[in-house]
Design a binder for this molecule. Structure first.
Ligand SMILES: C[S@@+](CC[C@H](N)C(=O)[O-])C[C@H]1O[C@@H](n2cnc3c(N)ncnc32)[C@H](O)[C@@H]1O
Length: 488
């Protein structure tokens, strides 16, 4: 197991950085895209691509491919002081006359995260595996609101990545996990990255923070909908999606006023219900406003096939048996589909609102926490301002990233507009088809003038009754605010 040392780990981080073992390298280097797997049969090509004796290839072979190396492979490339440091803190272990990696190391936005090596998934110890940063980690990372927070809780911390990233904008972070190996990794990674304002606690769900409230709670919980609970990093022992429902139910007690819970999760759609129904029930009477963005949906069979295929390198026979078990479990509970997405809840006194919608797409290259705050602020206004009089006081502003996409056709030797679409490509992507005349009106919406003034101008231009124009402008702007294309 990894060990925190009293020595400063900075020289080690700098060594990895200088060798090019960085986030940027992992993003663009094809060798670092897929882990070696029996299913992909890609080890030979990964070995070939890392055959040149360089510092980077040595580190990649140890800490990404998970291979033990003889001293002739690293002598002269990795200084003895760095090798000793890695042995002392448990990143490397002796394996006869070779040095073997005890962890996988993943660089992420200037930080380095140790987690279990991929080989553990195939071992009898897979159940308390601590997973490396993966796509759902990234989703939560991009989703997280990065405004200054007093206290932040990272629930189900795993290797500690969410808490460590939140430490930069929080006074104090608590990272909790049911798996004591995970809390050890989280504490180790905090030390490795020089992060001090983080406390790592072991225990079930909110138990380690009983009686405490936070400004921000991030959770990427074990949300897979499976009949088993063998893999702590992705499964739980509750029925279907009940563990995520439990988090939604218990989180409000641990949120300060205006504090947010943000989580990635999955839920089921059962026969006779729309996919939104179940969530609406979860979010009722929580004392929080709630927003859910669905980003994928699978029918039960496709879900089972995909998850079973990715969770472990099962033999074909074992995978088939699992598949049958999973399908029997879903059928008995009338599960037709499994849905996935993100949820944000904000604790707020007063009459709360709930909004459940579907993502146009999700852009994981840019953080979109600010867009989430913006959405909550807009929804607050939409909830309070419902009369025409109230809406006419709005000063609408087209979101700065919005672009107009037009389709034109030729008629009478001229390009004539046929259809138009407003598109917000980044942040929380959004789009809406609209009439060319509306697009024309929107270019006036720069946040400086009230909707009553804009309507008056338009009514004068198109020679239509003001009341009618006002009504239409309010309806259009309201819809565009709902779609995040116009800000208030
Ligand atoms: C999907 S991993 C997320 C790890 C990390 N936060 C990330 O974003 O990559 C889920 C984590 O929840 C932990 N976990 C599972 N059941 C839990 C429980 N009942 N209470 C607290 N943590 C739990 C697992 O051990 C695992 O580390």
């Amino acid at each position: 197991m990894v060990t925190l040392l009293s020595a400063d780990p900075r020289p080690l981080r700098e060594f990895f950085d200088e060798a090019g073992y960085t986030h940027e390298q992992f993003r663009r280097n094809p060798t670092l895209r897929d882990l070696p797997s029996r299913r992909l049969g890609n080890l030979p090509v990964l070995l070939d691509r890392t055959s040149k004796p360089t510092v980077l290839n040595t580190l990649v072979r140890w800490f990404f491919l998970g291979l033990p190396l003889e001293s002739r492979s690293y002598d002269g490339l990795v200084p003895p002081a760095i090798v000793s440091f890695m042995l002392d803190c448990g990143l490397l272990v002796r394996d006869g006359d070779r040095l073997a990696p005890a962890v996988m190391l993943t660089p992420c936005d200037g930080f380095l995260f140790a987690a279990d090596p991929a080989s553990r998934l195939e071992s009898p110890q897979a159940s308390d595996m601590v997973l490396w940063p993966n796509p759902s980690t990234r989703l939560l990372q991009m989703f997280t609101i990065r405004r200054p927070a007093g206290t932040t809780l990272d629930l189900g911390a795993g290797c500690g990545i969410q808490g460590i990233l939140a430490a930069a904008h929080s006074r104090q972070v608590v990272a909790t996990d049911l798996n004591p190996r995970a809390t050890s990794f989280a504490a180790f990674n905090a030390w490795l990255n020089g992060v001090r304002n983080i406390e790592c606690l072991t225990g079930d769900t909110f138990e380690p923070v009983a009686g405490r409230a936070f400004d921000l709670i991030t959770a990427n919980p074990p949300f897979f909908v499976t009949p088993s609970s063998d893999q702590m990093y992705c499964e739980n022992s509750m029925e279907l999606d009940d563990y995520c429902r439990r988090l939604v139910g218990e989180a409000p007690r641990h949120l300060a006023e205006n504090g947010y819970l943000q989580m990635t999760f999955e839920w089921v759609q059962v026969r006779g219900q729309a996919w939104q129904d179940r969530l609406a029930g979860w979010l009722e009477n929580t004392g929080c406003d709630g927003w859910v963005l669905r980003s994928y949906a699978r029918d039960a069979a496709s879900y089972a096939e995909e998850r079973i295929g990715r969770m472990m390198p099962w033999s074909q026979e074992a995978a088939a048996t699992r598949f049958d078990e999973w399908m029997a479990y879903y059928r008995a509970r009338h599960v037709e589909e499994v849905h996935g997405g993100i949820l944000a809840m904000r604790r707020r006194e007063g009459r709360n609102w709930v909004r459940i919608e579907e993502a146009v797409s999700l852009d994981l290259t840019e953080p979109f926490g600010d867009a989430v705050l913006e959405l909550f602020a807009s929804q607050d206004v939409l909830e309070t301002d419902r009369t025409r009089e109230q809406m006419l006081r709005w000063k609408p502003k087209l979101a700065p990233e919005v672009r107009l996409e037009q389709q034109l056709h030729v008629a009478g030797g001229q390009w004539v507009p046929e259809a138009a679409k407003l598109v917000r490509p980044t942040g929380l992507p959004a789009s809406l088809a609209l009439e060319p005349e509306v697009a024309d009106f929107l270019k006036e919406c720069d946040g400086s003038r009230a909707l009553c003034e804009l309507s008056q101008q338009l009514a004068g231009r198109v020679k239509v009754d003001l009341e009618q124009v006002e009504e239409q402008c309010c309806a259009v702007v309201r819809k565009l605010v709902e779609r995040r294309l116009v800000l208030l």
